[in-house]
Design a protein around this ligand. Sequence first.
Ligand code: NAP
Length: 224
Amino acid sequence: MAESSRFKDSRWSLHGMTALVTGGTRGIGNATVEELAGFGARVHTCSRNEEELNKCLKEWEDKGFVVTGSVCDASSRVQREKLIEEVGSVFHGKLNILVNNVGTNIRKPTTGYSAEEFSNLLATNFESAYHLSQIAHPLLKASGAGSVVFISSVAGLLHIGSGSIYGASKGAINQLTKNLACEWAKDNIRTNCVAPWYIRTSLVEHVRFSNLPTVLFTYLQPLR
Ligand SMILES: NC(=O)c1ccc[n+]([C@@H]2O[C@H](COP(=O)([O-])OP(=O)(O)OC[C@H]3O[C@@H](n4cnc5c(N)ncnc54)[C@H](OP(=O)(O)O)[C@@H]3O)[C@@H](O)[C@H]2O)c1
């Protein structure tokens, strides 16, 4: 592939930049990896399923993208530490972009959640993003131009029937974005958050949204 056709638009390039996108094998994370790599960034990603990860890495290689990957369960503290060690080594101690994309959901009425489900959802959706940002901070700072992007959700702003733990975990991400945007600006690290509405990915197929119209209707009812 010719060097010039590798990048989508020469006026807007991420050539020379490094990025970590968590959960890059499917859905929003997968599209983010392709977008960043398409603009010329070197990207590292992770997921739990080694076979699927290797398949994606091969596809990206065939497209001419520079993408590496690690098997990592982002809900595990030890595995997160190993991931950032690997990222530090692959990118020689400098990381420009961290996209905290990993997230999951179990949709239930609040009274139906077990303690284990509560811990798992918060560890996957909030603790993982918080801790990865913490331990990636030295790499982001060393890059001289860092950027953290959290993938939140409209569910972190409104009740949309996605479940109260998911909503709370995304609300926490929204506040963390504001904290880090102020706290890390001095280190030349920008922090932003994207809060999508429903996007048909494997997560949405898994959770289903058959009760959405009812929930939205209920939410829009005037208070009595
Ligand atoms: N889709 C939507 O409508 C929507 C709307 C608003 C916000 N979001 C948010 O967008 C983000 C991505 O959602 P998506 O719909 O693209 O999800 P998805 O289709 O389920 O894809 C999730 C990706 O993350 C990986 N992953 C999941 N849990 C992981 C873990 N514990 N450790 C490492 N990797 C993990 C998955 O691979 P493995 O399963 O192999 O690990 C997969 O690559 C989430 O934070 C979600 O809350 C989604």
